[in-house]
Design a protein around this ligand. Structure first.
Ligand code: FAD
Length: 369
């Protein structure tokens, strides 16, 4: 018998939907309460690296992801002027590039298919616990009871306060990232990075016809910038870059092809649970995207939590075991990404030390969950 019969997940993003799919497949009753009214997500694309693919396989959705995404065959490095300076073949499927909206749709469709109830336009105003149950009061005053509530409501989680009484909020790191949707050049067959230059820049293919340029830049303030202003600033931002980057920038005419985000970081101290409530994903650990692995650890959280809830008969033991499996790994990634960001802010972009740190962290994230 599993540790719980019924779970409510607050937040229907990557971690919440991944968890819902895993729980439903384990015959645990699950509903997702999502604040947005239409289930749409903002974003261009993302990389799903090998450990994320293994976690998606554990949830039974790797093949669907492969069918929707672009499988990376090579990893390529360019000089600032666009000359290719190196490329390495990757084992298939070593890494996927995927459109963020397509990934979200895939998770949502699969959640529906395995019997998860997803309620949009819903949020929780309070949660009270007894030894045997949790009662949630929703914004429309409806009361929902369950054995376990999971806060999967992202970086600016309200559940951190409601469930764990934590006042922690993400910290602005002094950098921002751009994601710029562009056509995929035929020669881009995997992640491309530019070595040299003042910014961290690269290209990630996400479908046969689409890719995105990613940029990390140092910024003083976490300001909002309008879409038209982003489009206006783009040619100057990448003015030093030649070759493919220069050619691709000239194709960008739609302001909505650009997503700009000031970067934030947060690491909740252990434990991320209290009684019958637990946090997963960005709500517990918000990382900057320097190693493209925030979703990776969020999906791993989901797999580990399903595993512990199924293999244990007590909720407390399951959550303890979940923490033991997740805390150090997530902290390692969050801190390493902060470190790479600090190096970049000091002008040390794509240095060998950053490459070594990334290799060490990815090896740790790839070890069995
Ligand atoms: C620019 C950028 C690029 C990135 N690129 C990559 C990448 O290439 N690879 C990678 O692995 N990771 C990447 N990441 C990280 C990744 O996007 C996150 O780690 C991942 O989305 C976390 O999933 P989550 O479900 O925890 O949170 P989210 O995806 O943020 O989902 C949270 C959900 O909760 C909902 N919600 C919020 N508040 C409430 C509430 N009060 N009640 C109900 N619902 C609520 C939201 O509407 C949302 O649907 C990137 C992040 C950024 C910012």
């Amino acid at each position: 018998m599993a540790a719980v019969d019924s779970v409510v997940i607050v937040g229907g993003g990557i971690s919440g939907l991944a968890l819902a799919i895993g729980l439903a497949r384990a015959n645990i009753q699950v509903q997702v309460l999502e604040r947005s009214t239409d289930g749409n997500v903002l974003g261009i694309g993302m990389a799903l690296q090998a450990p994320a693919l293994r976690a998606l396989d554990a949830l039974g959705i790797l093949e669907q992801c492969q069918a929707t995404a672009f499988a990376h065959e090579v990893s390529t490095q360019f000089a600032l002027d666009g000359t290719v300076i190196g490329s390495q073949r990757m084992p298939l499927p070593g890494q996927l590039g995927i459109q963020r909206k397509a990934f979200h749709r895939l998770l949502l469709n699969e959640a529906h298919r395995v019997g998860v109830t997803v309620r949009f336009g819903t949020s929780v105003v309070s949660a009270t616990q007894t030894e045997s149950t949790v009662t949630l009061v929703l914004a429309d005053k409806e009361r929902v009871e369950c054995d376990l509530v999971v806060g999967a409501d992202g970086a600016h989680s309200a559940m951190r306060k409601t469930l764990l009484d934590s006042d922690l909020v993400p910290e602005f790191t002094g950098q921002a990232t751009w994601r710029i949707g562009v056509p995929r050049p035929p020669e881009v067959l995997g992640m491309c990075t530019v070595v040299g230059g003042p910014l961290s820049v690269g290209i990630n293919p996400v479908t046969e016809s689409e890719a995105y340029i990613f940029v990390v830049q140092n910024v003083a303030e976490p300001s909002h910038i309008s879409q038209t202003e982003l489009l206006r600033r783009l040619p100057r931002l990448l003015g030093d870059y030649g070759g493919l980057i220069r050619d691709l920038v000239t194709t960008v005419t739609d302001p909505d092809a650009i997503v700009y985000r000031p970067l934030e970081s947060l690491m909740m101290p252990t434990p991320w649970y209290r009684g019958r409530a637990v946090l997963i994903g960005d709500a517990a650990h918000t990382t900057t995207p320097h190693m493209a692995a925030g979703a990776l650890i969020a999906i791993q959280d989901a797999v580990a939590l399903v595993d512990e809830l199924v293999r244990n008969t007590s909720g407390e033991t399951a959550l303890q075991a979940f923490m033991a499996r997740r805390y150090q790994r997530c902290k390692l990634l969050v801190e390493a990404c902060r470190q790479v960001g600090e190096w970049q802010k000091a002008g040390r972009v794509r240095t060998p030390e950053a490459g070594r740190l990334q290799a060490e962290v990815m090896a740790a994230l790839a070890s069995p969950l």
